[in-house]
Design a protein around this ligand. Structure first.
Ligand SMILES: C[S@@+](CC[C@H](N)C(=O)[O-])C[C@H]1O[C@@H](n2cnc3c(N)ncnc32)[C@H](O)[C@@H]1O
Length: 260
């Protein structure tokens, strides 16, 4: 397999990792995990985590009993994933395969219908468009299999800026579909309606959708603490309840591959 020539994500590896030590990272991780677990098949199947990064969800899924392929184009992110894998029991470690590949390469490496679930979480905002990834997820899962996609919510970009009292930025963001993320990169959002339409076009039934981070998104780099359980619980409720979930920073869509 030919490896991608450079690693533009190397400098972002530490900020990505650090984010998991913050309240916003904890909320994202906990909600994504719980939302995913509501829809995954029993823990015996095979899952691919595209852009799996340092492996936070992959490792958790392996601990639950799934066989996981963690695919990521970044050598540095994979090195971080390997470090984390080396710290767990061999039986769990052996259930995770690390593959250096971007989304396009995954389409070449794996045949259609070869996974019970395909995840792409927190990745498409860094890419020029979302539809090729949705097509990829739909192609990789078997009929009845699950696709999980986490994106930035294009329709709520003004929320963070306004709650941080950056009102001029908030006004501009009503007409934007991208903004500067916390790791210092401008990233792109998607609207819920366009995602549902793309799912349908690629033979994915939109089984469920959730919001991630309604109440805590504007709290910046507040560290995770011992008393976060109520914050996580409030976010968990908001993430599945209208109108709150509509203004979440992130959207989590779950699709099920139809037989068509
Ligand atoms: C914010 S991290 C998310 C990591 C992980 N999914 C998580 O939720 O913790 C974004 C990841 O996307 C990866 N990535 C960037 N471009 C990609 C592409 N074209 N295909 C697949 N992954 C990509 C980066 O290397 C990075 O690990």
């Amino acid at each position: 397999m030919s490896a991608p020539p450079s690693d533009p994500y190397a400098s972002l590896a530490q900020p990505f990792l650090d984010h998991y030590g913050l309240l916003r990272g904890r909320v994202r991780y906990e909600l994504a995990a719980r939302q995913l677990d509501l829809h995954l098949p029993p823990p015996q199947g095979r899952i691919i985590d595209i852009g799996g990064g340092a492996g936070h969800q992959s490792l958790r899924l392996a601990e639950r009993g799934y066989e996981v392929v963690l695919a990521d184009p970044s050598e540095e992110m994979l090195r971080r994933a390997e470090d984390r894998l080396n710290a767990v029991q061999p039986a769990i470690r052996e259930r995770v395969e690390l593959v250096r590949a971007d989304a396009d390469r995954c389409a070449e490496l794996y045949g259609t219908g070869t996974f019970d679930a395909a995840l792409c979480q927190g990745v498409v905002m860094y890419l020029p468009s979302t539809e090729p990834v949705i097509a990829l997820l739909a192609g990789l899962v078997r009929p009845g299999g699950i696709a999980s996609l986490i994106v930035k919510n294009a329709e709520a970009l003004a929320m963070r800026a306004a709650l941080e009292h950056r009102y001029a930025d908030a006004i501009a963001l009503f007409d934007a579909n991208a903004d500067l993320g916390r790791v210092g990169v401008v990233t792109r959002g998607d609207s819920l309606s366009s995602l549902i339409a793309m799912f349908k076009q690629h033979w994915l039934d939109s089984t469920a959708w959730y919001g991630i981070r309604v109440f805590t998104d504007h709290l910046g780099d507040q560290p995770a603490g011992d008393n976060d359980a109520f914050a996580v619980e409030a976010e968990w409720r908001a993430g599945q309840t209208d109108p709150y979930r509509q203004i979440a920073r992130l959207l989590h869509l779950i699709g099920q591959r139809t037989t068509g």
